[in-house]
Design a protein around this ligand. Structure first.
Ligand code: F3S
Length: 393
């Protein structure tokens, strides 16, 4: 109450007002302690000067719990190599500087769980990147709503969030069962599945049956796609995800997902089917070490086409490990470029003269035509590498 009345200063008062307002909108019974936040609204492309000024207005305080950031618009070290304009980079550095002064760790990644920021089962957290929210809820069994950047920052400053939505057991029950009638192999298959099912389930909770031994990378792709095409923040996979055996699955609609639907989801994600491709990107969500290994294996001994860029986006930690294990060397030798702290959606791709982009991510395929003004080809990681080497689809 004292914070609401300004007893801890105007910044904490403003942060508390945001949390209380959200609690009132969603009928929360109380505020609860949280373990960490992951804050979106970092790229200068998405928040602009207005966002920068808003974050600056918080500068007299510091976050009180571990907090990390979503990707920025640039690789903080290699932005010149990307071709980013000086002015954009200067503004982006200013944003990072402000977050840093607020005490936020500048791990700028949508996969912080692969770089040491990994909540435990049943931890209450306040994360805002939609793919990371879906991963944390579904695969880690942590508990978070889809926060906006301002509410996540408010939570970071207060150390609490409002107790509603996915923090409560009753909202973690499945709303639709999806029985897979097709065997999925590639991460892009899981992406295509997520895009298709996200549209059907909207902001419900899908429960998948028939998915056998999925890799963590596949589950990461599924989380991002479900969150991008619907508003999914939590999914369950029978006998795979941590809450799948303790939930009630009876009495809900069941649909199947067939090989025809997989093909049609692939088709729907490309805006062009063939022709020259000037940019191939992988790493939405940010590539894991095993994805870096896969890419390195696929490009080893090959050369990226002269008029095509091959960009892989990952976190600083994964890039360091990829360097140590030799994957980075093989990718760079082939002509690929590995960037950290940013991604193909929130970097100012539209200012860099790219017209066509190949991706293996359903989320990137959905967002890039409008966010980056490019035509998109969607395919497997292998097809993306093939396109990068040939220069056309
Ligand atoms: Fe991550 Fe950017 Fe995709 S934030 S999930 S790589 S759009």
């Amino acid at each position: 109450m004292a914070i609401m009345q300004g007893g801890d200063g105007p910044v904490k008062q403003k942060a508390m007002e945001i949390l209380v307002a959200l609690g009132e909108i969603f009928n929360a019974d109380k505020l609860i302690d949280i373990e960490s936040t992951q804050i979106s609204g970092v790229s200068y492309k998405t928040i602009g000067d207005a966002g920068l000024h808003w974050i600056e207005s918080m500068l007299s305080e510091k976050v009180v719990i571990p907090s990390t950031l979503n990707p920025t618009g640039i690789d903080l070290r290699l932005w010149r190599q990307m071709g980013i304009a000086e002015e954009f980079a200067r503004k982006q550095m200013q944003i990072i500087d402000v977050y840093s002064k607020l005490g936020v760790k500048t791990l700028c990644s949508c996969t912080p769980y692969l770089s040491g920021h990994s909540p435990k089962f049943k931890d209450h957290i306040a994360w805002s990147e939609s793919s990371a929210v879906c991963y944390a809820n579904s695969i880690l069994g942590a508990r978070t709503n889809r926060e906006g950047g301002p509410s996540a920052l408010a939570s970071a400053l207060i150390g609490k969030t409002a107790n509603y939505g996915y923090h409560l057991d009753e909202n973690r029950q499945p709303t639709m069962c999806i029985d897979l009638d097709v065997h999925l192999h590639e991460e892009s298959d899981f992406s295509a599945l997520g895009i298709s099912i996200g549209k059907k389930v909207n902001n419900g909770v899908p429960y998948f049956t028939g998915i056998k031994n999925p890799s963590v990378d596949s589950l990461k792709s599924l989380a991002a796609a479900l969150a991008a095409s619907g508003g999914v923040a939590l999914y369950h996979v029978e006998s795979v995800t941590p809450e799948s055996n303790s939930i009630k699955v009876g009495g809900i609609e069941t649909i199947s997902f067939t090989s025809d639907e997989l093909v049609s989801s692939y088709d729907s994600l490309s805006t062009i089917q063939s022709g020259p491709v000037d940019l191939v990107t992988i790493g939405c969500p940010h590539a894991s070490l095993s994805e870096m290994k896969k890419i390195a294996t696929l490009v080893k001994g090959k050369k990226i086409a002269k008029n095509t860029k091959f960009w892989i986006f990952t976190s600083v930690g994964v890039k360091l490990m990829a360097e140590r294990f030799g994957y980075l060397r093989d990718i760079v030798k082939a002509g690929g470029e590995v960037y950290t702290d940013c991604c193909m959606v929130v970097a100012p791709i539209e200012q860099l003269d790219f017209k066509t982009m190949a991706v293996n991510s359903g989320k990137a395929a959905v967002y890039s035509p409008s966010a980056s003004n490019v035509e998109v080809v969607f395919g497997t990681t292998g097809r993306c590498v093939d396109i990068a080497v040939k220069g056309f689809a």
